[in-house]
Ligand binder design. Structure first.
Ligand code: EPU
Length: 433
């Protein structure tokens, strides 16, 4: 078991290069299955969720090769299994993208239900609704989801909630279905557009991604392509907050500023200076930080995946801030850990009240999910004294060498191996975000 040890109080300076987007990569890698030829995927982040995706592809018979830094050549033509077993699915929530991709290619799929999850109830009813609309039948038994269809036919799909995963899965399943599929109340996140762009670069016919109506006209065949994953909007936002929390001054590189608008606007309101360039931003703080009210919402609203990080920044600001979490019911679990570091936060249902105390103190803490872990790193960087963060496997699922990037910016952070406690659960048995 590894942990991060952070000696706080150092300003972040210099620059950081943002990696490819986790939530785009974990959909694009399964989407390669739909191609009848090999594909090269570039700007793939080095994170454990990506490793699991690649292992699943190999396990199914695909030929996967690393072809240079952050790039993989994947030949899906040798795939001879349509099953994702529990041992993989339990480690990564996004294993559900194999359902849409396998169904779209082979008219059948067998994927273990994604493992338990620390963000509260995470239903997949909207995914199943989309597959049914396209003509697939599903059965759920012994923890497995089985899908099969004689033929997939284009259809109208109206989502009852705005859902990233089901929107992506509907596109994956519809791309080769006969006729026109219309997806209404679709999610609009940058990774939805990235998946559509990738599929279109293989010869798909998808229009409207990035709006709430996506039209997919089915094609017979998809071809090989070379495609580069977009930069990770949440990794960029996390580093922007980390720079602000340490009152630093640094450049965040390899970003798409448009994807960061809701984050940039809030940070400016809090008192953070931001200068935007074509594909980078300078972020710095030279005055006081002030309170803000934030409500999470689907894109283009403020992302839930940045909620814990910005809450940490607000503990360092003047005044009382209010955060409303509208997406995940259990996304305040990090609050107990921040309290151990001196934060004054009260949670009532989906609302958190943060009394800015202006300072945090180092403490031993535990990451309870990916973004909670990122928030604790930010807290540790800004705090006085030493912070030790356990369960960092959560962080490594979604951040590409975070400690190395922070160290290069002047942070005092190291990864330390500690022997497993007797009877401790191994990280592999724990739930995926
Ligand atoms: N929902 C349903 N039924 C469904 C699907 C979703 O009711 O069939 C509800 C959920 O319970 C939730 C809301 O719809 O309240 C939105 O869920 P969504 O489907 O959009 O979430 P997701 O696709 O499972 C992705 C990201 C999450 C991110 C959310 C929201 C991936 C792999 N995961 O999850 O990322 O929080 O969208 O933006 O793309 C993270 O990166 O830390 C992370 C948790």
């Amino acid at each position: 078991m590894d942990k991060f040890v952070i000696r706080g109080g150092r300003r972040l300076e210099g620059e950081v290069v943002i990696s490819g987007a986790k939530n785009a990569a974990v959909a694009i890698l399964p989407a390669v299955i739909l191609s009848d030829e090999p594909c090269i995927i570039e700007n793939v982040p080095s994170i454990s969720d990506v490793n699991i995706c690649l292992q699943i592809l190999e396990e199914m018979g695909a030929d996967v090769r690393s072809v240079g830094k952050d790039a993989y050549l994947i030949d899906p033509t040798s795939i001879n299994k349509v099953c994702v077993p529990y041992e993989y699915a339990r480690k990564m929530r996004a294993s559900y993208y194999f359902l849409g991709a396998l169904l779209g290619k082979f008219n059948k799929a067998r994927v273990s239900m994604p493992g338990g999850c620390p963000l509260g109830d995470r239903p997949i009813d909207q995914h199943l609704k989309a597959f049914s609309a396209l003509g697939a039948e599903y059965t759920l038994s012994q923890g497995m989801i089985d899908l099969k269809a004689d033929k997939l036919r284009g259809s109208q799909i109206f989502f009852d909630v705005v859902t990233v995963g089901a929107t992506m899965n509907a596109m994956l399943a519809a791309v080769k279905a006969e006729g026109l599929t219309i997806i209404e109340n679709a999610a609009k996140e940058p990774h939805i557009v990235d998946l559509a762009n990738f599929l279109n670069s293989m010869g798909a016919n998808i229009m409207g991604a990035g709006t709430d109506v996506i039209k997919v006209r089915g094609v017979d065949k998809l071809y090989g392509t070379t495609y580069s994953v977009i930069p990770d909007q949440i990794e960029a936002g996390t580093f922007m907050v980390a720079i602000a929390a340490t009152k630093g001054d640094a450049i965040v590189k390899n970003i798409i500023p448009k994807h960061l608008e809701s984050i940039t606007k809030k940070l400016e309101k809090i008192g953070v200076n931001i200068e935007q360039y074509d594909d980078s931003m300078r972020v710095w703080v030279d005055g006081p930080l002030v309170k803000a009210n934030i409500k999470t919402a689907p894109h283009p609203g403020f992302p839930t995946d940045m909620q814990s990080q910005i809450a940490t920044l607000l503990t360092l600001a003047e005044g009382t801030s209010i955060i409303t979490e509208n997406i995940w019911e259990q996304r305040f679990r990090y609050v107990d850990e921040l309290r151990r570091m001196g934060a004054d936060i009260t949670v009532n249902g989906k609302i958190a009240l943060i009394e800015g105390t202006g300072k945090l103190m180092g403490a031993p803490v535990k990451a309870c999910d990916l973004r909670a872990g990122a928030a604790l790193i930010i807290a540790g960087l800004a705090a006085s004294g030493v912070t030790e963060i356990e369960d960092i496997f959560h962080i490594e699922r979604g951040y590409d060498c975070m400690e190395g990037k922070l160290r290069a910016m002047g942070a005092d952070i190291e990864k330390v191996s500690v022997p497993d406690k007797p009877n401790a659960k191994s990280e592999n048995t724990k739930a995926a975000v």
